[in-house]
Design a protein around this ligand. Sequence first.
Ligand SMILES: CC(C)(COP(=O)(O)OP(=O)(O)OC[C@H]1O[C@@H](n2cnc3c(N)ncnc32)[C@H](O)[C@@H]1OP(=O)(O)O)[C@@H](O)C(=O)NCCC(=O)NCCS
Length: 176
Amino acid sequence: MRPPDYREQRIIADLPVTLRTLRPEDRAIEEAFVRALSPTSRYLRFHNALPALTPEMTERFLNLDYPDQMALIASVPDDDGERQIAVARWARAGGEIAADLGIAVADDWQGKGLGTALLKRLLELAATAGIEQITANVLYENQRMRALARDLGFHLASRQDDPHTLLLIRSAGDHG
Ligand SMILES: CC(C)(COP(=O)(O)OP(=O)(O)OC[C@H]1O[C@@H](n2cnc3c(N)ncnc32)[C@H](O)[C@@H]1OP(=O)(O)O)[C@@H](O)C(=O)NCCC(=O)NCCS
């Protein structure tokens, strides 16, 4: 099912930022957003050195099957119309209880509270969608994501199969 049309206007770092549902028509700005991420941010998000989204990832990221999948983007106006500056999404495999979280903020927007604002809203939308648990695989050294998640009520669990990665878990009812 197509996700609901969510949209709000926020002031972040003294600038008006739109938070809204990602749409299939957003292919160009979503691809440009990932291409423009620094290698470090891309590595922290995808855990590999991929320079851009593969065609398969683009299809999967844009064509959301709600309530199992949902994505919110943040954008600002620019010369070409609109520039995507962040995205946060969940995806739940069929039959699973937990949905997997992914989030990335453009490098020049990091550390301004945007990731917190976007994730807070995504978690509220997940609760509305009946998602019972959200998990995220985070690289051990990703202190910023660990701090953000802890503030929003996630618990940390180590992964026996991968000592470089931590699992963040948040159940419906857990709050920061
Ligand atoms: C992780 C990420 C999504 C956070 O978004 P952000 O907009 O930069 O985060 P915020 O500005 O909302 O800050 C979140 C919190 O991180 C913490 N933080 C900030 N800098 C930190 C640092 N250097 N070390 C530890 N914690 C830090 C703070 O608690 C901060 O909250 P505060 O500013 O209110 O004190 C973003 O930095 C990002 O896209 N990183 C690359 C991709 C990635 O790591 N994705 C997560 C994979 S699951």
